[in-house]
Design a protein around this ligand. Structure first.
Ligand code: NAG
Ligand code: NAG
Length: 213
């Protein structure tokens, strides 16, 4: 058993033994062995702690401005959104770096916003609150017609908010770079009418976001 195992390990660890001799051969076989075991440990750790995908939900939204100027077709907007992120992993903590949010209307990009880096411990839920305000030209008659239709139908607009981040995974003291993450929240938000303050703000239905890498 011991002999068979050592034959296997020398086959695995030293494919180059026949080409080199002495110290060099020994160094090479040790190096190959170390690399091979490190790979094996990484694979086992991955299989044991296989990361669960994060969950993201848009929990509240406020659209305090969303108007299209006639003729010039400039869209004025002011959107604030709260997205809750949940890390379902019981052993892996997450660092979110280079976090950015961008809103799209009728497939056309509006403003983007940088968000602060975020550290999320195991099982934690945290929120991202992008505030997107500004103006942008709305290109094409189809998009403008879409705006007029939604404005007429109770001023409830369909926007897409995409959040991107680089993720690092931490397991005990080990931190490894993770994939680039995209969070895609398709939301329907009713425009708030600033002139009547005494009315409650429009209701927002929490929306599940798609998360992909
Ligand atoms: C957008 O709306 C928020 C809250 O309604 C307000 O505090 C902020 O000043 C507005 N931003 C712009 C650029 O109008
Ligand atoms: C706000 O409401 C008032 C009356 O309810 C209406 O006249 C006005 O056009 C509304 N404004 C917007 C931006 O919807």
């Amino acid at each position: 058993m011991g002999k068979a195992a050592s034959t296997v390990s020398s086959l695995l660890c030293c494919p180059c033994r026949c080409l080199f001799c002495g110290v060099l051969s020994c160094l090479l076989s040790v190096l190959t062995c170390v690399l091979f075991s490190a790979g094996l440990v990484a694979l086992i750790l991955y299989l044991l702690f296989r990361p669960h995908i994060i969950r993201a939900t848009a929990v509240s939204a406020d659209l305090s401005a969303f108007t299209l100027t006639p003729r010039t077709w400039i869209l004025l907007y002011n959107l604030s959104l709260a997205v809750q992120l949940h890390n379902p992993n019981s052993r892996i903590a997450l660092h979110y770096l280079d976090v950015a949010a961008r809103a799209y209307y009728e497939g056309q990009p509006l403003a983007d916003a940088r968000l602060p880096d975020l550290f999320q411990g195991t099982g934690e839920t945290s929120s991202l609150k992008p505030q997107l305000a500004g103006d942008a030209p709305l290109v094409g008659g189809v998009a403008a017609a879409g705006f007029r239709r939604e404005a007429a139908e109770g001023a409830t607009f369909s926007l897409d908010v995409k959040i991107s981040a680089h993720i690092k995974l931490s397991l005990w003291v080990i931190t490894v770079p993770g994939p680039k993450t995209q969070i895609d929240c398709p939301v329907r938000i009713q425009r708030r009418n600033a002139t009547d303050d005494d009315r409650p703000p429009p209701e927002f239905h929490p929306t599940e976001c798609r998360v992909w890498f």
